[in-house]
Ligand binder design. Structure first.
Ligand code: HEM
Length: 271
């Protein structure tokens, strides 16, 4: 039974965050599984304004993966994971992956090539943008579903029912010490820069903000070019100061954006 095999993916070169702890096994205790739906609701509702951090904390307590089932009549059957091994498995093995779009798709994006050489040299800015996307991934949750019954994930969790909704929780992945070391909550562009001053490659199932495997974001390189062009132009010409005590809660949306926007004071730089 091939689909029951637990395959540990080979570790790619350790990044600045070091190697993954291969001995790490996610908790096998189901998350919230014994919790009646009504008992759970008040907790979720009272934490709605910071739901991403709430779920991150619950996942942290559970070693990265948890299952959630409502009473039978709700047909609610869900697994939430932020374990890079599970992400690697789901994005590259027996799940509902399709190869990237056909040649016509590729042609459109080929025009951008590897990006403009000049913006590639902005190594520190690249690190800063990666830190931003690590801590605040614009797509914080991705949904998957298994095609087969009885699929065992590297963490040991078994997806028995193909109707189980699997949520890959990218937001929590950026905030786990096991993945990014003790200073995971710090904004540190340096973690992306090698001693030689080059950008460090981090496997996409660890830095999952652009998806991974055959369905990796096709606009990844282009978006870095755009972000670098906008950021470098703004920072070169203007001084940007964030307004203190402005509320910074996330909006209730599948895409991560700020409910009240980011309030800043902009002044023109004098050269
Ligand atoms: C910071 C900016 C961006 C982020 C964080 C981002 C993130 C993502 C993610 C997470 C996915 C996978 C969605 C899924 O299937 O669950 C995706 C797919 C995709 N993105 Fe982006 N994206 C960005 C910018 C762009 C830009 C600028 C373009 C186009 C110019 C683009 C084009 C695409 C396309 C075509 C796909 C579908 C790929 C496929 O399914 O084969 N993205 N992106």
């Amino acid at each position: 039974m091939n689909n029951l095999e637990v395959v540990r993916p080979p570790i790619e070169k350790p990044g600045i965050a070091g190697e993954y702890d291969l001995s790490r096994r996610c908790c096998r205790t189901p998350l919230l599984i014994d919790w009646p739906i009504l008992g759970m609701l008040p907790q979720v509702l009272s934490n709605l304004c910071h739901i991403h951090d709430f779920v991150t904390n619950v996942l942290r307590q559970r070693g990265g993966t948890g299952e959630f089932m409502g009473p039978w009549f709700t047909k609610m059957n869900c697994m939430v994971t932020s374990d890079p091994m599970n992400v690697h498995h789901i994005m590259s093995k027996s799940f509902d992956n399709y190869v990237k779009g056909g040649p016509e798709f590729r042609e459109i994006f080929q025009a951008f090539g590897d990006g403009m050489e000049d913006v590639k040299k902005l190594v520190y800015l690249h690190g800063a943008l990666c830190e931003d996307l690590r801590l605040f991934p614009p797509v914080p949750i991705k949904r998957k579903q298994s095609l087969k019954r009885d699929t065992t994930l590297p963490s040991g969790h078994c997806v028995i029912d193909p109707n189980t909704i699997i949520l890959l929780f990218t937001y929590a992945m950026g905030r786990f010490e096991e993945i990014w070391e003790k200073d995971c909550l710090e904004f540190k562009p340096d973690r992306w820069i090698s001693e030689k001053g080059e950008t460090i490659h981090v496997p996409s199932y660890k830095f999952f903000s652009f998806n991974a495997g055959p369905r990796t974001c096709m606009g990844k390189d282009l978006s870095f070019i755009q972000m670098k062009m906008v950021a470098s132009t703004l920072l070169r010409n203007y001084h940007v100061q964030v307004v203190e005590n402005h509320p910074t809660t996330p909006a209730h949306s599948t895409v991560l954006f700020m409910k009240h926007g980011l309030k800043v004071i902009i002044t023109k730089r004098q050269f």
